[in-house]
Design a protein around this ligand. Sequence first.
Ligand code: ADP
Ligand code: MG
Length: 310
Amino acid sequence: MNEFSLIETYFHWNSSNLVNLGIGDDCAVIDIDANYQLVTSVDTLIESVHFPSNTSASDIAYKSLAVNLSDLAAMGARAKYFTLALTLPHTNKKWLSQFATSLKSLADEFGIVLVGGDTTRGALISITINVTGVVEKNKALLRSSAQVGDFIFVSNTIGDAAYAWKQLQNNQAPSEYVINKFNRPKPQLFLGQQLSDIANACIDISDGLEQDLTHILTRSNVGASINLNDIPLINEVKTYIKKTSDWCLVLAGGDDYELCFTVPVKNMNLLKALQNKNNTKVTQIGVINDSMVLTKIGSFDKPCCSYQHF
Ligand code: ADP
Ligand code: MG
């Protein structure tokens, strides 16, 4: 049983009227008043599963909050507050001080406030963060609203973090640039907010481009074709792919925390204006169609295995 059928079988309960959008998207959307909705999500990072044991306290703190902020970004939300459940094998003042300083600095950068949590002892470091943000009513970006004819985009570059992880596993030393992308993914909150009037559908790429784009396709009842050669890659990753043809690194490596979103043709000029205004790097990689499947155009059309917990 994989994690998605586990959730579907045991936890996909009917939700009350208050819940505008429940399980199945990057965040849940809850009605609060006539003008705004709460947007909320929780993610856990566990030592040796999500980060190697020798990761610094400061990087662990950054990544734990950043991956949660990334889910708010995928909804086009503004971050408001978060809770922190911290499990540690023992207390260490230096570790805690570095963890707290890094967490606060990222929280301040995005204007999100720590309002509570829980602290426990356990065998491995485990960090669970629940973030809450707000969107204007019915403005949340969803996985389920892609339309046939939409162009598919991704932000920045894909595969950087997966390349760092691959090198670490092979006892090679990753460049500072890629290890930083792995440890400190920059949440695309501002991009997400600006896309809420431009994009039809959006998801953040946490498990790999192929699997996460497929979530958009499944929930929107559409298909897509993407061109592998259009996927934006840094030179290091390009060279690696040239040598190995290991496209799975890019398609299924995960840990990108970039946004994948679809834009209707009528909004392309708005997207162009956004690109020029903020120097935002977004790249078109394909188009939504009615085929119900994902077609990969390029030198490679094999299935890749995205990360799954079960
Ligand atoms: P993401 O990668 O954006 O964090 P996931 O793939 O982890 O999202 O989860 C898919 C959906 O299933 C989300 O809407 C999430 O809230 C929901 N979900 C995951 N685990 C559980 C659970 N144990 N109980 C209820 N809902 C869950
Ligand atoms: Mg997500």
